[in-house]
Ligand binder design. Structure first.
Ligand code: ZN
Ligand code: FE
Length: 255
């Protein structure tokens, strides 16, 4: 039986680009929202084939592998809104909707909450779309380069404390939240986690699952908050000190 449209889960597609970036496209009817377009062409072509109108671009942070395709898309869809951190107006100058922590915007008929999650960069944002009604749809998080499956972003601008608190904050989202990360780093992250915790059954099981998927080039995302609380050592860290050690360990780990 067809469900009421609004009660369905969000329709989200993946486009894999560059080395390991994933551009997520949220589609509703004939409209689309693109998250962190690293490049223009594959997104433009995909939207054209599907005959979709690009209404907005969400930017999590200013790195080129997240904003590099935005201007090219704006040439084709000049009315598309570009949502980005107001504190990054200098680095994401083409933003049209400047947002900050806890702002709520509306996209494709759904409320989108802005979460400031510094660490990877000082103004990194994540975007959270809550469930319409408990049990009727699944909440969604676009986590950019803050939370990866079994990992987290490198600390380019923030302190370990920043990232620790950002991850803590995300860990309080509902367990069933689907997490759409901006990179396919899962295998590498899990190999590292397994090297540190070879007796951890949850990590071992996930690694096996991920290796099987990667053997046929399948994407391992989205993940969920529940899964990450189980397998992500950074989310499991119990103190800033512990988190700092883990981050340093991962940064110097050679696969
Ligand atoms: Zn980045
Ligand atoms: Fe990135």
């Amino acid at each position: 039986m067809p469900m009421n449209k609004g009660q369905r889960d969000l329709e989200i597609h993946a486009i894999e680009v560059l080395e390991d970036n994933i551009i997520w496209i949220w589609v509703c009817g004939n409209k689309a929202v693109v998250i962190d377009p690293a490049v223009t062409t594959p997104v433009k072509e995909w939207l054209k084939i599907k005959q979709l109108d690009l209404i907005a671009i969400l930017q999590t942070h200013h790195h080129n592998d997240h904003i590099g395709g935005t201007n090219g898309l704006l040439k084709v869809w000049p009315r598309a809104e570009v949502i980005a951190s107001k504190d990054d107006i200098d680095r994401i100058s083409f933003q049209t909707t400047s947002v900050k922590d806890e702002d709520k915007i509306s996209l494709l008929g759904r409320p989108v909450e802005v979460l400031e999650v510094p660490g990877h960069t000082s103004n990194h944002l994540a975007y959270y779309i809550p469930a319409l009604k408990e049990g009727l749809s699944t909440p969604v998080l676009f986590s950019g380069d803050t939370l990866f499956s079994a990992g987290c972003g490198k600390l380019f601008e923030g302190t370990p404390k920043d990232m620790y608190l950002s991850l803590k904050r995300l860990s309080f989202l509902p367990d069933n939240t689907k997490v759409y990360c901006a990179h396919e780093y899962t295998e590498n992250n899990l190999r590292w986690a397994y090297s540190l915790c070879p007796n951890d059954l949850a990590i071992k099981k996930k690694l096996d699952e991920v290796l099987e998927k990667r053997a046929t080039n399948q994407i391992t995302l989205p993940t969920t908050i529940k899964i990450e609380k189980n397998i992500n050592l950074f989310l499991r860290a119990e103190s800033i000190e512990h988190f700092t050690e883990l981050r340093e360990n991962k940064d110097s780990w050679i696969p």
